[in-house]
Ligand binder design. Structure first.
Ligand code: C2E
Ligand code: CA
Ligand code: CA
Ligand code: CA
Length: 279
């Protein structure tokens, strides 16, 4: 009847079917992407909030698709997770990061630690700790130069297997970051028990900093509790000088975001490592 009209319209919506076609194209291309090594890492710096000194960086995955150009991870990581390919791709990411660290060292750069993102599905399907240890060994990279980011939501619930593996990874000398903090439901004491080293506050909270007093109060509370528990704090998604100034006053340790620098290819990052100070 007439009430089904909306659903029927949706089904024939050309933009929707184009989106579905794109998804199917990406999903079918993933195996080729793995086989032909179409993935590339970009790097985004994290700097000391007060001095602008480069302290570390995050490796962010891109897919250099032969016909679609650069594809962002939000477009294909979920497909990789649902198709079971995330373990293989995640292993490649760890390897690529270590290859890059070794290459920078060869270029005589003073290399800072590189964090890689590991999804919950990757933890459940793969052997992340072995991947990390093997890649460090294979490329002669010190454990202190590799770090792991895992989202707050991935650590919640009955994820005993993930928690045990996190402890084993940390025992290798690899620092652990809680990604997107504030979007899940963990308490800071839980995170302290899990021995997480760095708290990355989700960019939604950074965006609130200039908007409301509550935004500042919330951030301040996170920073002081994290510090009391021995964790360092990173603000994600810093886009304005105003946000940076507030974060300096709040004694947030590190900042990452477009205001400092966008994710960039490895060659550009080499230049930043030589420059050392970003503001
Ligand atoms: P994430 O781990 O939270 O990474 C931060 C994302 O925010 C990146 O998007 C980065 O480019 C973007 N960003 C950085 N600064 C700003 C800013 O100032 N403003 C705004 N609006 N955005 C900013 P990207 O590279 O598209 O990655 C999206 C997500 O894809 C990541 O979120 C992460 O969850 C996932 N991802 C990326 N690389 C990998 C990977 O190698 N493995 C896995 N499993 N997931 C990955
Ligand atoms: Ca991350
Ligand atoms: Ca994040
Ligand atoms: Ca995120």
């Amino acid at each position: 009847g007439k009430s089904d009209g909306k659903g029927r319209f949706k089904f024939f919506d050309p933009s929707l079917s184009a989106a579905l076609r794109l998804r199917a194209q990406l999903k079918h291309g993933l195996l080729t992407a793995i086989r032909e090594e179409q993935f590339v890492l970009h790097y985004q710096p994290r700097v000391d909030t007060r001095t602008g000194k480069l302290l570390s960086m995050e490796a962010l995955l891109r897919w250099r698709h032969p016909s679609l150009g650069m594809v962002a991870p939000g477009e294909f990581i979920p497909l990789a997770e649902s198709s079971g390919l995330i373990a293989r791709i995640g292993e490649m990411v760890i390897d690529m990061a270590c290859v890059q660290i070794a290459a920078w060292k060869n270029q005589h750069a003073v290399v800072v630690p590189v964090s890689v993102n590991v999804s919950a599905k990757q933890f459940l399907r793969g052997s992340v700790k072995q991947n990390l240890a093997a890649a460090l060994e294979r490329h002669g990279v010190a454990a202190a130069l590799l770090e792991v980011e895992i989202t707050e939501s991935a650590m919640m619930g009955d994820q005993d297997a993930i928690i045990a593996e996190l402890a084993a990874i940390r025992a290798l000398g690899i620092k652990l970051h809680v990604d997107d903090f504030g979007t899940g439901y963990s308490s800071l004491s839980q995170l302290q028990r899990l021995k997480m080293d760095v708290l990355k506050v989700d960019r939604a909270f950074t965006a609130e900093l200039g908007n409301s007093r509550e935004g500042k109060v919330f951030f301040q509370a996170i920073v002081s509790m994290a510090h009391a528990l021995g964790m360092s704090v990173v603000a994600e998604g810093v886009e304005t000088g105003e946000q940076l100034a507030i974060l300096q006053a709040l004694e947030c340790n590190e900042v990452q975001g477009y205001f400092i620098a966008r994710p960039m290819p490895a060659g550009d990052m080499l230049a930043l490592m030589e420059k050392r100070f970003l503001f």
